[in-house]
Ligand binder design. Structure first.
Ligand code: C2E
Ligand code: MG
Ligand code: MG
Ligand code: MG
Length: 285
């Protein structure tokens, strides 16, 4: 009986792997069509200066509306796009869109910094530095208005190549942030070599910030590390007033999260900025 059950389980297992492979193949195919079919758009999440209570910028986040599947989360499709290389073209599209949006906001009198996620696969491209600088030039965006978010894994395959490229981007005036800091392969040695201006505390450490002592210590450590290396620290995933209060008291300068706002469509983002700033003008009189 045990043997029979085992066999049945095995067949079920094979069938589900088979299904997974087919799903993945289908997603790869759909991804290559998604740009042409205009299925992507960007949403923008406000980044807040906790001291001045001003919106200092926005992180651009990619959204995919699949014609039959509906909304597909980036955590599901970005790894597939990285594996089959389509992230290179998609990532360039993201940069174009984000720069066009930044130019639009600047023309309307709201020059905001835009943060764009840059995949390790994009950073490995030979032309990435000139592609990014060309895009900024075409949209007349000053380099200082762009921030690139890279993860620690971006440095792992070819450290010296990644460092050289980030140096060139940084020298041109672009800010570099280490995203999801604390979840990857962190080495303080390479952090010192890196032309980096911001550390983003991963939201997994913020979620239970005031409940789990380990998370509190990790967040504190990253804030102190930022201070000693002269990097500004951004807390991501701030959801409550208590978290905001703690982080502000502890000296974390920047934050983003649902407590302030979810990622928004451009129109809603504009309204958010106006309302947010109005609220603090009123509370100061
Ligand atoms: P990320 O860059 O670390 O982005 C932060 C994620 O946290 C976003 O998820 C955002 O919507 C979510 N988030 C923000 N505030 C809160 C909060 O208060 N609570 C919770 N629970 N979540 C919050 P999203 O948009 O699903 O993106 C997931 C990941 O996909 C991103 O993580 C990034 O690694 C990747 N991604 C998104 N857009 C792009 C893109 O254009 N290019 C690349 N290469 N990757 C992207
Ligand atoms: Mg990010
Ligand atoms: Mg992050
Ligand atoms: Mg993340």
């Amino acid at each position: 009986l045990a043997k029979q059950t085992g066999h049945a389980h095995f067949q079920f297992y094979v069938a589900s792997i088979d299904q997974e492979i087919r799903d993945r193949k289908q997603m790869e195919k759909d991804l290559t069509q998604a740009l042409v079919n205009r299925e992507f758009h960007l949403v923008y999440q406000p980044q807040i200066n906790l001291e001045s209570k001003r919106v200092i910028g926005a992180e651009a986040l990619l959204r995919w509306e699949h014609p039959s599947r509906g909304f597909v989360p980036p955590d599901d499709f970005i790894p597939v796009a990285e594996a089959n290389g389509s992230i290179v073209e998609i990532g360039q599209w993201v940069l174009e869109q984000a720069c066009a949006q930044a130019a639009h906001w600047a023309a309307e009198g709201t020059p905001l910094r835009i943060a764009v996620n840059l995949s390790a696969v994009q950073l490995r491209q030979d032309s990435i530095v000139t592609d990014i600088l060309d895009t900024l030039r075409r949209h007349s965006i000053p380099a200082g208005r762009l921030e690139l978010e890279v993860t620690e894994t971006s440095f792992m395959t070819n450290l010296s190549d990644a460092v050289a490229k980030l140096h060139r981007l940084n020298q041109a005036g672009i800010n570099i942030a280490v995203d999801d800091f604390g979840t990857g392969y962190s080495s303080l040695t390479y952090l010192k070599q890196m032309p980096v201006q911001h550390l983003k505390i991963d939201k997994q450490f913020i979620r239970d910030l005031l409940v789990n002592e380990d998370d509190t210590r990790i967040a504190n450590t990253i804030i102190d590390l930022g201070k000693s290396l002269n990097l500004s620290v951004v807390a991501e995933g701030v959801e409550t007033a208590e978290q905001e209060y703690y982080l502000t008291q502890r000296g974390c300068k920047l934050a983003q999260g649902y407590y302030f706002s979810k990622p928004l469509q451009p129109r809603d983002f504009e309204t958010f900025v106006q309302d947010f700033h109005q609220q603090f003008v009123e509370s100061n009189v």
